[in-house]
Ligand binder design. Sequence first.
Ligand code: HEC
Ligand code: HEC
Ligand code: HEC
Ligand code: HEC
Ligand code: HEC
Ligand code: HEC
Ligand code: HEC
Ligand code: HEC
Ligand code: HEC
Ligand code: HEC
Length: 487
Amino acid sequence: MNHRDVRKTNCMKINSKTWNQYSIRTIFSDQRAFSLKGVALLVALFIFSSCTSPLPDGLPEEISTRGECSICHGSSDNAAPPRSLSGSDLTTDIAVGAHQIHLTGGAIRAALPCESCHTVPATVDQPGHQDPSPAEIIWSALASSNGSTPTWDRTNARCSSVYCHGSSLSGGIVTSPAWTVVDSSQTACGSCHGTPPPPPHETNNQCYTCHSGTVTMSGEINILSSQHINGFIESSDNPHPTGWADATIHGYAFFDAPEGCKTCHGSDLGGGTSGLSCDSCHAGGESWRTDCTYCHGGLDNTSGAPPYGLLGQTSVSIKAVGAHTAHLMESPSHTAWDCTVCHVVPSAWDDAGHMDGVTGAELMFTPPSGTGAVYSSSTATCSSLYCHGNGRTVSGSVLWTSSTNLSCVSCHGYYTNYGSLSGEHSKHLEEAVRCSSCHQTIINSSNIIINKTAHINAVRDVSLSSGVYYPSTRSCSINDCHGSESW
Ligand code: HEC
Ligand code: HEC
Ligand code: HEC
Ligand code: HEC
Ligand code: HEC
Ligand code: HEC
Ligand code: HEC
Ligand code: HEC
Ligand code: HEC
Ligand code: HEC
């Protein structure tokens, strides 16, 4: 094709989509004989200007701006194919291939620029741009990182020895990817390097444990950190053993020795010299710090009391769990107790005395337990108790891990075993007098406790159905039953 033909073609196609790609490319192919691109451009301009058909608005001035790059190739998304110079949209065409998967980014890396594979012209007429087909592949520093010498094999449409595809790594199964195969088969983990790479790399496949900047806990690439396929291998100076990220491993180690973690993770566990905050992967970020059911409790209620025990225990027969729920729930005989009856309660996880690394919880009894109450962890038994006593002495004792429900007679006499009750109980009960006759604010005639707050509160409540009881003298006023008598 001579210049005159070119000019004709040019004028003919001037309003068609393929005008520019076809004509200018042809012009340049033609001008190879002159080997002078400058001359070529002049000829092109001459042709444009001498053409009698209308020219696209503003050409050639505006095509020298990047905004107009997609006139000849690419689309409104970017200047890369599709569309190719010949108008193709097919990824199976070498001119189109895997352009867009590289340029839009995805699950394994953010978008790459054209410069990764080409010299990008600043203007359309930049020397080297519209030279004879095919397009030149000029590798970037990233593609050549770590001593890689990438090659483009046009015959087989494959790239080889590209750093990005694992040329310097081991274990990858597709390190010479096919340019015209655009599916997930070449971008899956394992394509470019093993998951994990073979030994001497660690066999641990929880990547985030040591590559926390690259991979999230759920195994996805952290695109925002820009650490993946960036030319550098990032790993942490991690002192922890395999499996440490497991909640039951590092969490339980924290229960045992919370202070030790602060050495590296900071006194506020916000990262310290390790750079890794304890808030970074816990569900809900920093909310674990104030969540009383994060480390213990949460199964029967949201108070923080076991079950679950610290190690996840749920059985009442295990002392970490024991009779927590039985105490914290209202029952026929008692109100719902508060933790403070048996423990000092922290307001935050890091309150002094709370997580003090001492194995097991501390018991600190307050009324009505009685200040002399004792808990033995080795026997899981409470003794010298008021609340499990007979109401007169501080001598009650009870097994914390028992699952037998207590009855009215477990602590003091009732209509049975009334001999253990004080004073004249026996006499009255033998005469079939009801408890409600003398404890009417506490119990009704159907033997239902009607004021649980006043039962087991360290006060003996006597209120007679007839007459008045004087606690100081333990006597009653003359009433319907008999005269004033001492109990
Ligand atoms: C991952 C590497 C890579 C990136 C990134 C890349 N290209 Fe390409 N490009 C290629 C390959 C491979 C070819 C085909 C070369 C061949 O035909 O031998 C090509 C061909 C082309 C062609 C010629 C199309 C044709 O019809 O012959 C154009 C134009 C082009 N690229 C433009 C771009 C632009 C613009 C960008 C950025 C927006 C870009 N490329 C980004 C690898 C890349
Ligand atoms: C008038 C048509 C036309 C315009 C406008 C145009 N290009 Fe091109 N471009 C081509 C042709 C033709 C090729 C193919 C050259 C080859 O095969 O070597 C090409 C190839 C490329 C390539 C592949 C690398 C190479 O040099 O082979 C890139 C990158 C590219 N163009 C970027 C751009 C950018 C950026 C702009 C806007 C500044 C632009 N193009 C505008 C025609 C054009
Ligand atoms: C127990 C810690 C640990 C775990 C878990 C771990 N890595 Fe690594 N990884 C390292 C260390 C340490 C290096 C070497 C860092 C260096 O060379 O600076 C490394 C290097 C690498 C490299 C570069 C290898 C090379 O040949 O240079 C890749 C790729 C890699 N890891 C991927 C993974 C993937 C994928 C996973 C999860 C499937 C993973 N790693 C899990 C510690 C770990
Ligand atoms: C297209 C090739 C490719 C694919 C696919 C790929 N990687 Fe990589 N990966 C690399 C390269 C190259 C490195 C070398 C280090 C670098 O430059 O970031 C790397 C390094 C890593 C590292 C070491 C830490 C680092 O950033 O240096 C981890 C971990 C890793 N990849 C995990 C994954 C996981 C998980 C997947 C799947 C979601 C995956 N990779 C898929 C190419 C790939
Ligand atoms: C000698 C310093 C040091 C001590 C002590 C330490 N850590 Fe770490 N820890 C680190 C470093 C460094 C990392 C890795 C940081 C990164 O990946 O960016 C890490 C990572 C972790 C991780 C993430 C999972 C993993 O394996 O990478 C957890 C969880 C963790 N530490 C918990 C703890 C707990 C709990 C304690 C106390 C029982 C503790 N650490 C004590 C330095 C320490
Ligand atoms: C690599 C991610 C990661 C890091 C970093 C991390 N944890 Fe965890 N941790 C978890 C996961 C996952 C759980 C399970 C609960 C959840 O998802 O929040 C957990 C649970 C826990 C638990 C509750 C254990 C249980 O089962 O009752 C404690 C305690 C704990 N972590 C302490 C820490 C401390 C202290 C640090 C910082 C030194 C830390 N964690 C850092 C992932 C991590
Ligand atoms: C009736 C007394 C009592 C009450 C009330 C009580 N606890 Fe406990 N708590 C105990 C006993 C006894 C243990 C077991 C100590 C041991 O390990 O031997 C214990 C243990 C614990 C433990 C440690 C669990 C473990 O895994 O080792 C936690 C946490 C705890 N209690 C929290 C609470 C909270 C929170 C409340 C209030 C919502 C509460 N307790 C109310 C008596 C009580
Ligand atoms: C990070 C884990 C964690 C969180 C969060 C946490 N605790 Fe604890 N808690 C423990 C550990 C561990 C123990 C065992 C006691 C020890 O180590 O001395 C404990 C014990 C207790 C005890 C038994 C008394 C004691 O001091 O031994 C009570 C009561 C308690 N916690 C209440 C709470 C309350 C209320 C909250 C919410 C403000 C809370 N805990 C949040 C870990 C935690
Ligand atoms: C865990 C031990 C315990 C159990 C179980 C128990 N009590 Fe009591 N009860 C006491 C104590 C201690 C007193 C002493 C007074 C006080 O502190 O309120 C008492 C006192 C009473 C009184 C005297 C009124 C008063 O409150 O002073 C009545 C009536 C009574 N109990 C009835 C019952 C009935 C009915 C049941 C069964 C539904 C029952 N008790 C179960 C421990 C218990
Ligand atoms: C005739 C009246 C009367 C009857 C009936 C009676 N109580 Fe009492 N109760 C008292 C008096 C009086 C006290 C002693 C108060 C004091 O110590 O000042 C008392 C005290 C108690 C105490 C505290 C411990 C003790 O032994 O002093 C308990 C527990 C108790 N009664 C339970 C019962 C129960 C259960 C019944 C029914 C089975 C019952 N009472 C029936 C009058 C009665």
